[in-house]
Design a protein around this ligand. Structure first.
Ligand SMILES: *Cc1c(COP(=O)(O)O)cnc(C)c1O
Length: 514
């Protein structure tokens, strides 16, 4: 390793030696941490990492330290303060996924070759064609019909980005459907609504993800536009189709319907078997847009078509009838952050909304092979963007349908194993319905609470302080609840189930274990 301190002065050989060395060190640390799959950093390492940060009142603040010293600092002082959400198969917080090795390898290529995938210039880079190949494979994997049904398709930063793009497209379409030639993109929301005789644009959903309200704010509809139309308090994730129809019929109101295909607390689904065809005909009758938030839940469609998954298949049936769909890649697909996907049936709405006007240098030349792939910068939020398709491409190509299907099935097997343990436990209530475990509706999220209300208020911190697994806290029917989301490719039901049940048993019966 050269003694060069600042890389801005170093040679190409120095750079290669430095990077090889850094990667060897990193992989060694990662494999040690995988062998000891604690989920959180120990408190001392966490404090040490924070204390090691540069502080503006130090005399050497922003003095050049050089690359080797910085690498040492990152690997030995900072990395121990980071959690094992990816390296442990038992980090069940939020829905995070992990990183398949082939995705990590591809992501390193993305960084090393640093393509800017914005304008599709066919003679310039294969990056856009690779993105499109990844999207076509994903559409086939999710059984959404021919890729040509989704002419506006692109990678986003994640489901929040995709939901925002979805509402922006929905907003444009529902106004244009009310009055031809009127465009929010051209005229702005206020003038377009006025021209279309529309006093309100509403978003109809059931237990919509929090990012949906955020998206509604960003696109100018506002949090209050999001209306919860739940079938019942027992099944609040289910969308009430009668209520939807009533809302659609309101005079002077345009509507976007958002399907929670995977509700984040319960993993349950807004629709069942025949709901999507009904919603499609309602939407067509009233000029509404249907957006599916399928961040993680849409992957139920890749599960084997066997009896144990029939119930889940029914809940994700018909999602291909939507106008637009959100998919996350950094969750179940196990690619690194950040990667989401937006799919849209309409060939022109996204480009109407996201077109960069007046920038001739950004125009896509029409070429023999490039004409069918829309430039990413004209159908999505960003202009400059990372080549985040490559890790997705790598996972789809490496695992294929069979590999992804069995990975998802392992997640479901562990979730159902935990759910079944909880359903028969004297200490816990399996939620959402303690008296109806309904295991065949369990996807890869398990929601529960302790029967003892005192224990229940400290349940999540007690679980997480064991560092053997990591749970997220939430509330269910106004009371604290605990949630396990199984989304890492490392999931190993035979090895993980005993660890989870042992932790939960010990927490509920501390004295009997001493
Ligand atoms: C995770 C999630 C989101 C937000 O996704 P990000 O990738 O974190 O932006 C939106 N909707 C659902 C259903 C989710 O699970």
């Amino acid at each position: 390793m050269a003694a060069t301190s600042r890389q801005t002065d170093s040679s190409a050989e120095d750079d290669t030696a430095f990077l090889l060395h850094s990667y060897q060190r990193l992989r060694q640390i990662a494999s040690e941490r995988t062998a000891d799959p604690t989920t959180l950093p120990d408190p001392a390492s966490l404090a040490h990492a924070i204390a090691a940060l540069p502080y503006a009142d130090h005399s050497d603040f922003l003095a050049p330290r050089g690359a080797p010293a910085v690498l040492e600092h990152i690997l030995t002082a900072l990395a121990p303060g980071l959690n094992n959400q990816s390296l442990s198969g038992r980090y069940y917080g939020f829905v995070t996924g992990g990183v398949l090795p082939v995705a990590e390898a591809a992501d390193n290529v993305v960084t090393a070759l640093d393509q800017n995938v914005q304008v599709n210039l066919p003679g310039h880079s294969a990056a856009h064609a690779i993105e499109d190949a990844a999207l076509a494979m994903l559409i086939a994997l999710l059984d959404l019909g021919p890729a040509t049904d989704w002419p506006s398709r692109t990678f986003t930063t994640g489901a929040t980005g995709s939901n925002t793009v979805g509402l922006a497209c929905g907003r444009e379409a529902v106004i244009a459907r009310r009055c031809e030639g009127v465009s929010v993109a051209e005229m702005g929301l206020l003038a377009a609504c006025q021209a279309a005789g529309t006093r309100e644009i509403q978003v109809l959903t059931s237990m919509g993800h929090s990012s949906l309200s955020k998206a509604a704010s960003i696109v100018g509809l506002g949090h209050h536009a999001v209306k919860e139309l739940r079938v019942s308090e027992e099944e609040p994730w289910r969308l009430d189709l009668n209520a939807v129809e009533k809302e659609l019929a309101r005079e002077g109101v345009a509507s976007i319907i958002v399907i929670s295909a995977g509700e984040v607390n319960t993993g349950r689904f807004a629709t069942n078997a025949l709901d999507m065809p009904k919603l499609r005909s309602l939407a067509d009758r009233y000029g509404a847009w249907i957006h599916v938030d399928g961040a993680f839940g849409i992957f139920a469609r890749v599960l084997p078509k066997t009896d144990e998954y029939l119930n889940l298949h029914a809940h994700v049936a018909g999602l291909e009838l939507a106008d637009s769909i959100t998919v996350d890649a950094h969750k179940i697909l196990n690619v690194p952050y950040d990667a989401g996907i937006f799919l849209c049936r309409d060939a022109s709405i996204p480009s109407r909304v996201f077109q960069n006007p007046n920038a001739v240098y950004l125009a896509t030349p029409s070429g023999p092979s490039g004409t069918t792939i829309q430039s990413a910068l004209n159908i999505g939020l960003e202009n400059s963007r990372r080549f985040r398709a490559l890790p997705v491409y790598a996972v789809l190509l490496s695992e294929g349908r069979a590999g992804i299907s069995s990975m998802a099935a392992r997640m479901v097997t562990l979730a159902r194993g935990i759910a079944s343990f909880l359903a028969s436990s004297p200490h816990y209530d399996l939620l959402p319905s303690p008296f109806n475990p309904n295991l065949e509706s369990t996807f890869m999220i398990v929601l529960f609470r302790a029967k003892d209300p005192v224990l229940n208020t400290t349940l999540v911190p007690k679980i997480n302080s064991t560092r053997k697994l990591f749970a997220s806290g939430t509330t269910w029917n106004g009371t604290p609840a605990c949630r396990l989301a199984i989304s890492n490719w490392r999931v190993d039901p035979a090895a993980d189930l005993p660890v989870v049940t042992e932790v939960l048993t010990t927490i509920a019966t501390p004295h009997s274990q001493q």
